[in-house]
Write a protein that binds this ligand. Structure first.
Ligand SMILES: C[S@@+](CC[C@H](N)C(=O)[O-])C[C@H]1O[C@@H](n2cnc3c(N)ncnc32)[C@H](O)[C@@H]1O
Length: 249
């Protein structure tokens, strides 16, 4: 099964990680400005990231959506966030050559900062459960154009060993359905050795056929080697057909 987030072990980290990135990582991965952070945002998959909590505490309006929120309550998710932080850090220590130690100084700092984000998530999902909505791509429980900006990190492209090309196309189409303006996806490489997504050109062509323009943009965030780009998607605005008054042109 390859269509909807199958959890079978594969290369790289193995079973899909429920990770906990911080607001600072999101800012760097997605080149988020203060103006971006004031928009109505969907983070999908939200995982156990601290982003939603941190931005909402600053007065923002972020909703997280993830299929992990179906099966576990807030207390269970807090435990999962801690265990997954340790599992992710163990992988990074064992494969430190796959990482550029710029954003994080070393694996100890990685553990410390990710644990902080996991704790922020755990506290917030208890206090503000309405901000964490269970959903499973490629079908999200939101009306069309519900959000100004949609962010999607470390699912699409990261797990292309188990999520096929049709899933990528349908998931991006769905994320764009709920986006009024823009979708940003990071990174464009797989979660193990950092191989670039091999079907990007045909994906961009298929998205174009669905009225979605995608542009690859370099970002400043440096952690996983090769993961330096995001995909920015917009709706293609087709000019309205001209009405010729008084006859044929
Ligand atoms: C590596 S985590 C990324 C979390 C967060 N964006 C971050 O960067 O810290 C991947 C997440 O994708 C979620 N996921 C996997 N398949 C999904 C699907 N079909 N729909 C929604 N979420 C999914 C998993 O539950 C997991 O939390």
């Amino acid at each position: 099964m390859t269509r909807d987030g199958d959890q079978s072990p594969a290369v790289g980290i193995g079973e899909m990680l429920i990770s906990s990135r911080s607001l600072d990582e999101y800012r760097a991965m997605f080149t988020l400005s203060e103006d971006d952070l004031s928009r109505k945002i969907l983070d999908c998959p939200g995982g156990a990231a601290g982003f939603t909590s941190a931005v909402n505490h600053l007065g923002g309006d972020v909703t997280a959506c993830d299929m992990a929120y179906f099966d576990s309550d807030a207390e269970q998710l807090a435990g999962i966030a801690e265990r997954e932080t340790v599992r992710g850090n163990r992988y990074i220590r064992a494969h430190s050559e796959q990482y550029d130690w710029t954003f994080f100084a070393d694996p100890d700092e990685h553990l410390h900062l990710r644990r902080g984000a996991a704790e922020e998530f755990a506290a917030d999902i208890t206090r503000n459960p309405h901000r964490y909505v269970a959903g499973r791509l490629p079908a999200l429980p939101f009306p069309d154009a519900s959000f100004d900006l949609v962010l999607s990190s470390h699912l699409l492209f990261s797990y292309s060993d188990r999520l096929d090309a049709a899933f990528h196309l349908d998931a991006i189409t769905e994320l764009m359905r709920v986006a009024r303006d823009e979708l940003r996806i990071f990174p464009l490489v797989d979660s193990g050795p950092g191989a670039p997504y091999p079907h990007l050109d045909s994906l961009l062509a298929d998205l174009g056929d669905r009225g979605i323009a995608g542009e690859v943009v370099e970002v400043e965030y440096r952690f996983q080697r090769g993961a330096h780009h995001m995909l920015v998607c917009h709706h293609i605005v087709r000019p309205a057909a001209r009405t010729i008054v008084g006859g044929t042109p």
